[in-house]
Design a protein around this ligand. Structure first.
Ligand SMILES: NC(=O)c1ccc[n+]([C@@H]2O[C@H](COP(=O)([O-])OP(=O)(O)OC[C@H]3O[C@@H](n4cnc5c(N)ncnc54)[C@H](OP(=O)(O)O)[C@@H]3O)[C@@H](O)[C@H]2O)c1
Length: 331
């Protein structure tokens, strides 16, 4: 039997996402073959496609950072799951496919009553948001937070998760997306036409407790300036890597140097870096716990992921084009 998947045979623009047909893989010992129902499409996939993401295999490979699917076949020795069960997983690569074999330990069961597409949205963007707030920043009710890219995938997940903790939130977004940020109950700042450092000080008086910054590069310096005493800057992404000026510098690790320099300053403020894959390796139990917690919040309708579009596998290149044009504000 054959199956279809998207393959990247060389890094580049959306056109490198090509549909291929292959022989259906058999699960090895300890693995499970999953029939994929959906894979999220997020900005991180764009970085992977462009070859700007560290630690991924060389082409050819299938992209796709997160999946929801149905257990199709168990490999020898797997007794924790059953065929027909719905599961999610953080795959990092491989998700843009009809089938994928994964170690059983990587799969988290999805409770009944959850929409598959909403579930897949939780794995990358909501877990990132949740861990930034509760595992790294350890926020308390009333804390002030500045969220960059507040109308994006992780941004909206941060706004929703932060609402549950009663945080005072400010979010940068381009003007057309201010309604979305306000509808999530927070103060939007137009980063294209306003100085966000000045805006934060005029809105808060003395700055914020936490900044979540996925823009990276020199942007981190301005984010750091918005912190009040004992504040924490968390860098978790490199949107600036797609800027041709920044891309080369990014590749030389300038982002990490800047961040390391900020970490050395003895001014009462802190800076740190978060990466979901690295954090999951360090704390696999936390990852499972946090996905399960978020799935339960979904069951109880306490969070509502925004699904910008639902496209068939063959339209992967089109999905990336939409994301690049910011025509969609969520994965
Ligand atoms: N470390 C991790 O584990 C981890 C996990 C998930 C994601 N990420 C990273 O997080 C970043 C965002 O991912 P995403 O899925 O949320 O992407 P997304 O949905 O495409 O959102 C990105 C947002 O960034 C905004 N933006 C771009 N330049 C900006 C600037 N100079 N100031 C403020 N906002 C700006 C855009 O806002 P407008 O559309 O309003 O202009 C857009 O909404 C990516 O770099 C991704 O790789 C990291």
């Amino acid at each position: 039997m054959s199956y279809k998947r998207i393959l990247i045979t060389l890094h580049g623009g959306p056109e490198v996402l090509q549909l291929f047909e292959d022989e259906l893989p058999e699960p090895k010992v300890g693995e499970v073959r999953v029939r994929i129902l959906a894979s999220g499409v997020a900005f991180t996939d764009v970085l992977i496609r462009e070859g700007l993401y560290l630690g991924i295999p060389k082409p050819p490979f299938s992209p796709g950072y997160e999946i929801v699917g149905i257990v199709d076949k168990l490999g020898l020795g797997v007794c924790t799951l059953e065929p027909g069960q719905r599961v999610v997983a953080l795959t990092i690569v491989g998700g843009y496919s009809e089938f994928l074999c994964l170690p059983a330990a990587e799969l988290v069961p999805v409770p009944a009553g959850v929409d598959a597409l909403e579930a897949v949205n939780l794995v990358l963007q909501y877990v990132t948001a949740y861990q930034l707030l509760y595992r790294i920043a350890k926020v308390k009710p009333g804390d002030r937070i500045l969220i960059h890219g507040a109308a994006g995938g992780v941004g909206t997940a941060l706004l929703e998760s932060g609402k549950l903790a009663d945080l005072e939130m400010y979010g940068t977004a381009s003007k057309p997306k201010h309604e979305l940020v306000s509808s999530l109950g927070r103060v939007p700042i137009d980063y294209k036409h306003e100085d966000f450092v000045q805006q934060i000080y005029s809105l808060t008086g003395d700055g914020v407790d936490v900044v979540c910054d996925a823009i990276g590069g020199s942007h981190l310096l301005n984010s750091y300036k918005t912190l009040r005493n004992k504040g924490l800057l968390i860098n978790y992404g490199f949107c600036c890597a797609l800027n041709p000026k920044w891309s080369r510098i990014f590749q030389r690790g300038a982002n990490f140097i800047l961040l390391s320099l900020l970490q050395l300053l003895l001014d009462g403020k802190k800076a740190s870096f978060y990466n979901i894959a690295g954090f999951k390796k360090q704390h696999p139990d936390w990852f499972r716990e946090d996905v399960t917690k978020l799935l339960n919040l979904l069951v109880h309708k306490q969070i509502k992921p925004i699904i910008a579009d639902r496209l068939p596998l063959a339209k992967a290149a089109h999905a990336h084009k939409l994301l690049a044009r910011s025509a969609v504000s969520n994965g």
